[in-house]
Design a protein around this ligand. Sequence first.
Ligand code: 48F
Length: 260
Amino acid sequence: MVIENAISAAILKSWSEKFERNLSVDVAIVGGGPSALVAAKYLADHHVKTAVFERKLAPGGGTWGGGMLFNQVVVQSDALPILDEFGIRHEAVKGNEGYHTLDSVEMASALIYGAVHAGAMIFNSISVEDLVFKEGKVSGLVILWTPVERLGMHVDPLTVISKCVLDGTGHPSEIMHLAVDKAQIKLHTPTGGILGEKPMWVDSGEASTLENTKEYYPGLFACGMSANNVMGGYRMGPIFGGMLMSGQKVAKQILESLKK
Ligand code: 48F
């Protein structure tokens, strides 16, 4: 085979095999932001078959840009063990004990590398546009290439079947909206719906992100800013400890749920 054809054939064949292996997974994660990437690593570390579907070309969500494009972020001491596990370096903030700065590009790349090397599969440039919802159960995802979605092309999607779905879509809680609006699910919230994110209050937002990380319907979990939006928590800006700990917490909850 001429090399030009061999390269194309190798890519098509290896990608198809990879995709086919992930048509049925234990956990399908929507969005590749920091909370989702931490969850993906911990689930894969526990031999849970995990696939992440990220709309953008580069996973990492809101980590890359730091605060207002100054590519540094802040993490509180509670989350340092997670940074250390991913090999992300950090420096104590002088005069403000308990807070640490780190390079947001190092963080994004290390989170991606850590999740993939633990065994999670990341599919980029794929948007989740719907849930598979069979006999009242959340059963997987409906996926489409992002460029197709963006161009508004009339193309039917494909599906991935899963035991659990994790909404890691950040501020918009896209999957929770689909669950409420299309599947007409009542979430485990005071109204059964999505309460909506409140303005900035850093310490409250950090605490509530962790509290709000949970299963909102059998088999449907939310982490990070998505969880906070569902339960009406406050936003917190470029401090990321809550996101990292939320990913770890939801992974533990999913592990428990898969045992049942
Ligand atoms: O928003 P995002 O970074 O998620 P997160 O883990 O972290 C939030 C922080 O970045 C920041 C913050 C913390 O201080 O306030 O905002 O909650 O990443 C969410 C990812 O999900 C992707 C989106 O492109 C982003 O990379 N995403 C959103 N909707 C979809 C999606 C979808 N329908 N299909 C696939 N990916």
